[in-house]
Design a protein around this ligand. Structure first.
Ligand code: CAA
Ligand code: FAD
Length: 379
């Protein structure tokens, strides 16, 4: 593992940093307050190549490596964690899954507009009664010959109200349990496909979380991804990569809060000196800097292993487990360092604290990451 970033990686990091400052920072507080999806900003992110970062340029992607993705995700999440989750889902759950497992026809038709950011995608695995226990799918996809009949409800779907294409996981043959699950590409607007109500959330309020309702939706057979019964393994493989995206989002939330806290501690005075001169405050910042660096290294490790074609179930889970804890701890301490000012919206850290919590829940809770890691280390 090379600890020096290449010129290209540094350029991407800088471009994402500049974009976040100029395009995402203005009105981030208002978008959080009003639960407003950053539509214009997401469009620009697509134009910059941030929505299909690792996809081959022949399918509309930017053809970058996964370390570049971690770097860009961190910069975007520092300023706007809602925009970062849109980016993570489109890159890691939608585009990466299609590039690796979809047919050539599916790639041309669906991956190309998704990777180039003309449209965005969503990934629908979770259901009202199947979250962590993801094999307990109640959504059914009945095989009707040349099409599948899709029925059921998906819950908590990021980009649910704004996506054009949805990857939907459903049970075709319950007797085969997870081997009877399939994954499908479903288009917005198909008859019987309804977008449910938008969730009113604690954090990442600019992101768009909806339930999806499928009522006798006809899905052409050519829209199934991979062989019959491949859907659950597809979802697990995709989530391994997705966890690098969410780990990087958590890293960005943590480093955003740390940078604000450091700056504040250098200027805010109490007892005739800047508060950073009180060791209790300086030690908090020292802990934050150390933990953030460790989280970044875990993200880089998982990203390098992904690019080397290794099994990243363990390293992706470790990165997410650790970075999400660091995001939570760092943002709580950043609010503390800001004192009363940390408790109001203007100073950003209270939003980052609310945003941090979700990184311990979605794409597998911290408890689920520990299941994945413990199974891997006990093999
Ligand atoms: N990588 C690859 N394959 C995996 C895997 C992994 N990390 N974990 C399990 N599998 C495979 C197993 O090998 C097995 O396949 P085979 O039978 O072919 O060998 C199959 O999946 C079933 O595995 P288990 O018997 O271990 O299944 P389980 O019921 O005990 O549960 C689990 C496994 C790890 C808990 C899994 O259900 C899980 O990951 N749950 C969390 C779901 C999740 O992360 N949801 C996120 C939704 S998307 C999202 O949240 C997006 C967003 O917020 C932005
Ligand atoms: P449950 O599975 O009911 O878990 C409840 C608690 O029990 C948790 O603490 C959990 O860790 C614990 N628990 C469960 N099983 C075990 C066990 N075996 N051992 C120890 N502890 C256990 N899903 C999608 O498919 N696509 C999306 O785009 C998406 N976006 C989301 C966006 C948001 C804002 C939110 C809130 C969720 C999103 N999700 C999405 C769903 C998310 O992945 C699930 O919420 C998550 O996997 C947990 O499932 P659950 O909510 O059903 O909790």
């Amino acid at each position: 593992m090379d600890f020096n970033l290449s010129e290209e990686q540094l350029m991407i990091q800088q471009a994402a940093r500049d974009f976040a400052q100029t395009e995402l920072l203005p009105e981030v507080i208002e978008r959080d307050r009003d639960q407003k999806f950053p539509a214009e900003q997401v469009k620009k992110m697509g134009e910059m190549g941030l929505l299909g970062m690792m996809v081959d340029p022949k399918y509309g992607g930017a053809g970058m490596d996964s370390v570049s993705y971690v770097l860009a995700m961190e910069e975007i999440a520092k300023i706007d964690a809602s925009a970062a989750v849109v980016m993570s889902v489109n890159n890691s759950l939608v585009c990466a899954g299609l590039e690796k497992f979809a047919s050539e026809e599916q790639k041309v038709k669906y991956l190309t507009p998704l990777a180039s950011g003309q449209v965005i995608g969503a990934f629908a695995l979770s259901e009202p009664e199947a979250g962590s226990d993801a094999t307990s799918q109640k959504t059914t996809a009945e095989d009707k010959g040349d099409y599948y009949l899709l029925n059921g409800i998906k819950n908590w779907i990021t980009n649910g109200g704004t996506a054009t294409y949805y990857i939907v996981i459903a049970q075709t043959d319950p007797e085969k349990k997870h081997k009877g699950i399939n994954a499908f590409i479903v288009e917005r607007g198909w008859e019987g496909f309804e977008i449910g109500t938008k969730e009113d959330k604690l954090g990442i309020r600019g992101s768009d979380t909806h339930s999806l309702i499928f009522n006798n939706v006809k899905v052409p057979k050519e829209n199934r991804i991979g062989e019959d019964g491949f859907g659950f393994n597809f979802a697990m493989a995709v989530l391994n990569g997705g966890r690098i995206g969410i780990a990087s989002q958590a890293l960005g939330i943590a480093s955003g809060a740390y940078e604000l806290a450091l700056k504040y501690a250098k200027t805010r005075k109490a007892f005739k000196t800047e508060i950073i001169n009180h060791q209790a405050i300086a030690f908090k910042l020292a802990d934050m800097a150390t933990q953030i660096t460790a989280a970044r290294m875990l993200c880089f490790k998982a990203a390098c292993e992904k690019d080397a074609g290794k099994d990243i179930s363990e390293s992706g889970a470790m990165a997410k487990l650790y970075a999400s804890q660091v995001a939570m701890d760092t943002t709580i301490e950043a609010v503390q360092i800001h004192g009363g000012y940390g408790y109001v919206k203007e100073y950003h850290v209270e939003r980052l604290m609310r945003d941090a919590k979700i990184t311990q829940i979605y794409e597998g809770t911290s408890e689920i990451q520990k299941i994945v890691i413990s199974r891997s280390i006990s093999k």
